[in-house]
Design a protein around this ligand. Sequence first.
Ligand code: PGA
Length: 251
Amino acid sequence: MRTPFVAGNWKMNLLADTAKALAVKVKEKLDGVSGVEVAVCPPFVFLKDVVEAVRGSRIQVGGQNVYTKDSGAFTGEVSAPMLKSVGCTLVIIGHSERRHILGETDAFINEKMKAALKAGLKPILCVGELLAERDAGKTEEVVRRQVVEGLKGLTAADMATVTIAYEPVWAIGTGRTATPQQAQEVHAIIRGLIRQQFGAAVADGLRIQYGGSVKADNAKALMSQPDVDGALVGGASLEVRSFADIIKNSI
Ligand code: PGA
């Protein structure tokens, strides 16, 4: 049985005071909830405050991005050892906004996965097709490429700490969620790929989150699918009540 894993991706939202206040509320409301792993991923500048606010609780804190190198002349970038040093345990990699707005490639994302793993951070690898790709019948091809290229060179041992998030781009921030069946179909494809590449034990243990307009009222139907093991939540994670309701509906 896989423990569900729900992570809040705060994206580029909130300010120092509101980020801290949200973290305090997440801790108060969710520390006692069992049977699910919970994480929040604030913008870099709020990480230390958020780590401080949830200290001593079960809430994990992660970055939304990471650079491929550990240190050096890379102005504006943040490395995996840096994230680790402020108390992060995980990091989101390859989010569709980074792929499509900031031009990240599968090869670059693969380097980031390796950098995160080397530093002992648990990566959440995001994959998902654009609407045009779905309409052209290319969903499987796109997701397959993103999974295979993103995980290139990783070992079965590495995979024990990896989570994959399937986030169809057309469902992110649009209010248009994939149906539970659409999500399940792609999640099953991803698990099948992992089985081929890394074996049954890794595939059976892998958590595959769904992301894209997850809300309290659609979470239960999505999470009840056999291959949906949690959620990566954007908009609804900015308000403690909706985030908490999603988490309760995921257990
Ligand atoms: P959304 O974002 O829940 O606001 O659609 C999800 C994500 O991009 O991780």
